[in-house]
Write a protein that binds this ligand. Structure first.
Ligand SMILES: [Zn+2]
Length: 339
């Protein structure tokens, strides 16, 4: 047993056997943003056997306030987050097996990317990817941990096939996306992501060591009145209305990615989110008014934001004008509309 892990081995809940199990456990991180980067560093230092880092974005200066694996050089050279994070982790432990995957997780590649791992930690920043990770993990029979934060609120939930409800059971019982804030509209307390990552990775260690998963969805807030936490759905059973748990379907995998995002005219990309509820224009207007100029009619909300124009239609479609790059358009959509 490596000297590196002596203090973990000394802790009775882990011990030599638990540490050996951790070293045989492979983890994939979806999203290496604030939560994902902090979680991946904890995983590496704690001795997880194999680590895969999946992220579609590049490092930007605004990431540096809280995304612990990146530095000024990474932002200036616009490095892919997965590559920059993997290099940093290899500096911490040159013997570690770390793989960078620069990709947007989609219905067409999710099972291939996630397959073969024992655990998936979802630190993604949008609702569609979260449901995709959850559905793909259920289809593959893999455990997953959801870890998210926005503003002053963090959430963590463990999902284990055959033992707990899936993430869809929880998220579909909460207010729909579009009504909630995203980090790009509401900001985030910079100390919150490492806290959420630490809680998620404690569950990852407990999972690897064979402990019973914590029940339900942990919600914590850290600013108003200081730290507070509560668990939702603690007694919940898999929902009889959940297509995954009740019918064995995986709707996010059935979605044809080619239909989701398509070019429409010059310098315009249309995004049609499948299975989304109608957008809440009042909530959207309140959020976007702080970051750009917003105009609306009963059928359309239009917002001009740093160089692009977003048009959100009442049926849920969104057209991003000012770019011909579908990935870039989807990034704007996830950042300002999805949540
Ligand atoms: Zn479910």
């Amino acid at each position: 047993m490596s000297e590196r892990h002596a203090r973990s081995v000394l802790f009775p809940g882990i011990g030599p056997e638990g540490q050996a199990r951790i070293s045989r456990t492979s983890v994939a991180f979806i999203g290496v943003g604030a939560v994902g980067a902090a979680a991946a560093e904890i995983a590496l230092r704690a001795g997880f056997g194999r680590i895969a880092l999946v992220d579609r974005d590049v490092v930007e200066p605004s990431n540096l306030s809280r995304q612990v694996l990146f530095d000024d050089d990474d932002a200036r050279s616009v490095r892919p987050k997965a590559d920059a994070a993997a290099d940093r982790l290899r500096e911490i432990d040159p013997a570690a097996a770390v793989r960078a995957i620069v990709a947007d997780l989609e219905p067409g590649n999710a099972c291939e990317i996630l397959g073969g791992h024992d655990l998936v930690v979802d630190g993604s920043d949008n609702f569609e990817t979260r449901l995709l990770v959850s559905d793909a993990c259920r289809a593959l029979g893999i455990a997953s941990i959801y870890a998210a934060c926005v503003g002053e609120e963090g959430r963590v939930a463990v999902s284990i096939p055959g033992k707990t409800p899936c993430l869809r059971c929880y998220l579909e019982a909460l207010p729909p996306p579009g009504e909630g804030p995203t980090c790009d509209t509401a900001g985030v307390v910079p100390s919150l992501p490492p806290l959420v990552a630490a809680i998620a990775m404690t569950e990852a260690l407990r999972f690897a060591a064979g402990e019973t998963p914590a029940a339900g969805l942990l919600c914590l807030t850290v600013w108003s009145g200081g730290f507070r936490s509560r668990r939702l759905f603690e007694q919940a059973r898999p929902s009889s209305a959940c297509p995954v748990c009740a019918e064995g379907r995986h709707p996010a995998l059935e979605t044809d990615a080619a239909d989701l995002v398509k070019l429409c005219g010059r310098q315009s990309v249309q995004i049609t989110p499948r299975g989304r509820p109608r957008p809440d224009f009042d909530a959207l207007e309140r959020r976007l008014a702080g970051v750009g100029r917003v105009r609306r009619s009963p059928q359309l909300l239009n917002a001009d934001l740093d160089g692009v124009s977003l048009s959100v239609f009442a049926d849920g479609r969104c057209v991003v004008r000012g770019t011909a790059d579908p990935a870039c358009a989807r990034g704007y959509y996830d950042r300002y509309v999805g949540g």
